[in-house]
Write a protein that binds this ligand. Structure first.
Ligand code: 5GP
Length: 194
């Protein structure tokens, strides 16, 4: 997606060769016009899937996922990150490791909001090693619902998340695919740019 690539080039900050900071439009301040384009584009890519629900992870997934849910006319459900849990009776819980934060957190969704047979689209802001995406997929599957696809705003193609998700049989659509990161240059992977 050209508009997103331009935004990454103009405003992205390369923290190191593994981590990109995009807090001027996605991870702290949010650009609503860009989120609208992102939502439209995900909705277009998954329009033939009869999606019942969009699932993301708080907090940075919420803005693009909400816009996607709006265009798909489906509810948005966001999984919560919690440090430690005592009462888990009414929750689906998965443990997710964050390489960027170097910590593990419990990701939860209320059993009330996922039902067997529902078709769920997973959206996230970044794809690195696939931990967050796999965690959300395990929650959907524990509920007896189905993951119809994953929409990623920024995929770091030089990390192994995309390959692992593909090998597990998930359809992954990424709007920007970064081939490499360095202080001097952000290189994108080949893709069709609409
Ligand atoms: P994964 O679970 O695929 O290893 O990493 C994806 C999650 O980690 C995303 O939900 C995102 O919050 C965070 N993340 C991974 N890499 C980056 C990055 O380069 N920049 C930012 N801002 N977040 C990242």
């Amino acid at each position: 997606m050209k508009e997103l690539q331009d935004k990454i080039i103009n405003e992205g900050i390369v923290l190191n060769e593994e981590v990109l900071k995009v807090d001027s439009f996605l991870n702290h301040q949010v650009d609503p016009m860009l989120m609208m384009s992102i939502g439209q584009e995900f909705a277009r890519r998954f329009e033939n899937q009869a999606i019942d629900k969009v699932l993301t992870l708080e907090s940075s997934g919420i803005a693009p996922a909400l816009m996607t849910a709006l265009y798909l006319k489906a509810p948005l459900l966001f999984a919560r990150k919690q440090k430690s849990l005592t009462l888990t009776d009414n929750l689906y819980v998965e443990t997710v490791y964050s390489f960027t934060k170097q910590q593990t957190s419990d990701v939860t969704v209320s059993r009330k909001f996922l039902s067997p047979g529902e078709k769920v689209l997973i959206i996230d802001d970044f794809l690195a090693h696939g931990e967050a995406a796999f965690g959300m997929a395990r929650i959907v599957e524990a509920a007896g619902a189905e993951v119809v696809g994953m929409g990623i705003v920024i995929e770091k193609s030089f990390q192994d998340g995309y390959r692992k998700l593909q090998e597990a049989g998930y359809r992954v659509e990424s709007l920007a695919r970064i081939a490499s990161l360095s202080i001097e240059r952000i290189e994108f992977a080949e893709q069709n740019i609409p």
